[in-house]
Design a protein around this ligand. Structure first.
Ligand SMILES: [Ca+2]
Ligand SMILES: [Ca+2]
Length: 562
């Protein structure tokens, strides 16, 4: 609470000045300076708040009641890391990230069952922005023709996102870091007042800064540090201070998308020698011994070789090292929120765009599968009224973020949204788990569906698979190497149903996987062939009701309220 004390008098004073002046001019009625009632939990000194709130309510009675965020509407910050899996954030790793631990884990609520519905960067990011399954926003892959930032733009997807919804209602909006894949050039998507998007691919060290590309010399600048400085600077220069006369203290919505821990997972120079003792986790699914139960694209992979394992050890350490700069970023961001008196009126969401596998089921380093390793992502939320140091077991999705931002901002989300607001889970009296979502859809297109038709595979053109990088040495023997069409190259097209108890995967090849997650959380034993007809019928029905669902129909098919 101490952090909010400095801010409250400023806000109260500002509010009072605006009211007095507006009333004096007799212009309050019908004007757009909104000082609505305080629905959202509010920061700081209770007495000052009550006073300000009473003033606001009084003004409301004779003034404008619609449009624009209230003076007490919260700031919202979302931090989507890139490729950070839920399993990456082990208790041990959290110990190594003191700011994440203190500000988010101890200061907020951790969702223990948080998933993405399409475990690859670009589709997932479009989902986070629009609150839709990828079959509805139609950004299906990282690059053209099935995905990429350009597809999101051309299809009009970027014209209605959480950013545009909040901006239209008076929020200030700012974007820092990674956007959708294959984003470059001077284009600034709608909805963002300030834009610092990484321009180029995952190796890029360039930012499009409000239309002008700035190249940061990687020998001098660590890009996640640059993003951190820009984000904290944004808070300091725009928030907390007395607004200019005639204007309200408008809340902000911020996207702060890190490069970490995505490959090449370059750490900041100060962290190059850190975490020497970190070891690659080896769960029971690591280098899975018996893969006869699995579909062909897994069966084809030979056991992991020593070189592959050594590579993964080093990559894992680099990934975690790169997260240390993110921890510093969180520290600086919270410092800036405290200094400006904004902390107690700010929600912060820490998450990731997809999970990651590293040796599980004989796969190398990658994502894009329906396995738990790839779909489970961290989600930690801190903000006004959000219980501190708590965990929740509810099944939540990246589909839910955009409608949650809208709800917290008291803005109506469009009807097309498939996800549901998490606000009812954040107020200390969460919806009972049995009344919440019971199941959801995971989808993914064939991994290399976009590369040219045969002869498309040859020695010089082999591209590492996103599902498992690097390829085994004898890649020609894998289903990828044997594929005679681009659609069969890599992991085949899939739709999967995830229930509380089961993961049920249907591939375009006609193959299936079914895991009893209560008995077999590491997905070692595919029981599809021995499952009862009743169970299969039920799972097929549930999958069918989700595979092309839209909006309300998705929520109905997922079960539960919301
Ligand atoms: Ca990613
Ligand atoms: Ca097995």
């Amino acid at each position: 609470m101490a952090d909010g004390l400095a801010a409250a008098p400023i806000r109260a004073r500002t509010l009072l000045a605006i009211l007095v002046f507006a009333v004096a001019l007799g212009t309050l009625a019908g004007c757009r300076v909104s000082v609505g009632t305080a629905d959202a939990p509010r920061a700081g000194d209770a007495e000052a708040n009550a006073e300000a709130s009473a003033e606001a309510k009084g003004a409301d009675a004779e003034g404008d009641t619609g449009g624009g965020p209230t003076a007490e509407a919260p700031n919202i910050i979302v931090i989507p890391t890139d490729d950070l899996a839920a399993w990456d954030l082990s208790p041990r790793m959290v110990e190594r990230m003191p700011n994440l631990k203190k500000e988010m884990v101890e200061g907020g609520t951790t969702f223990e069952n948080s998933f993405v519905t399409n475990s690859v960067c670009c589709p997932s990011r479009a989902t986070t922005l629009r609150g839709q399954y990828s079959h509805n926003h139609q950004v299906l892959a990282n690059g053209p023709p099935l995905g990429g930032a350009e597809r999101f733009r051309i299809s009009g997807g970027d014209e209605s996102t959480a950013a545009t919804w909040l901006q239209e209602e008076g929020y200030r909006t700012s974007f820092f870091g990674k956007y959708l894949n294959a984003y470059y050039g001077d284009y600034v998507p709608p909805g963002w007042d300030e834009w610092y998007g990484i321009s180029g691919n995952f190796l890029s060290n360039s930012l499009n800064e409000n239309g002008a590309t700035i190249n940061y010399d990687p020998n001098r600048y660590h890009l996640d540090d640059v993003l951190s400085d820009k984000a904290s600077d944004y808070v300091r220069r725009t928030a907390g201070a007395d607004p200019p006369f005639f204007t309200t203290d408008r809340p902000f919505f911020m996207w702060l998308g890190t490069k970490a821990p995505h490959q090449p997972a370059t750490s900041a120079p100060r962290h190059r020698d850190a975490l020497e003792d970190v070891e690659l986790p080896r769960p029971p699914s690591f280098d899975e011994g018996d893969v006869r139960d699995k579909p062909r694209w897994i069966q084809d992979n030979p056991p992991l070789g020593p070189d592959q394992v050594a590579y993964m050890e080093e990559l894992n350490r680099d990934r975690m090292r790169s997260m240390l700069a993110v921890d510093d970023m969180i520290g600086d961001l919270f410092d800036s929120l405290r200094e400006t008196g904004e902390l107690e009126s700010t929600y912060v969401f820490f998450t990731s765009d997809n999970g990651f596998h590293l040796g599980q089921h004989r796969l190398g380093a990658g994502k894009w599968t329906a396995y738990e390793e790839d779909t489970r992502v961290p989600l930690i939320v801190r903000g006004p009224g959000v219980p501190e140091g708590k965990t929740l077991p509810h099944t939540v999705l990246n589909n839910d973020l955009a409608p949650t931002f809208a709800d917290l901002a008291n803005v109506e989300a469009p009807k097309f949204v498939d996800g549901r607001s998490l606000a009812p889970l954040l107020d200390g009296s969460p919806t009972p788990e049995e009344e919440w979502r019971q199941r959801f859809l995971v989808e993914a297109v064939a991994e290399r569906g976009s590369i040219p038709r045969p002869p498309f595979v040859n020695e010089s053109r082999v591209v590492p698979l996103v599902t498992g990088d690097p390829l085994p040495n004898d890649w020609r023997k894998t289903s990828a190497g044997r594929a005679d069409s681009s659609e069969e190259w890599g992991r085949p097209w899939l739709k999967a149903l995830r229930t509380e108890d089961h993961l049920f995967v249907e591939y375009k090849t006609g193959e299936h996987e079914l895991y009893d997650l209560k008995e077999d959380p590491y997905q070692l034993d595919n029981i599809y062939d021995e499952a009862s007809p009743d169970l299969l019928r039920r799972l097929n029905e549930q999958l069918d009701s989700l595979r092309q669902c839209e909006a309300e129909a998705c929520r109905t098919a997922e079960g539960g309220e919301g």
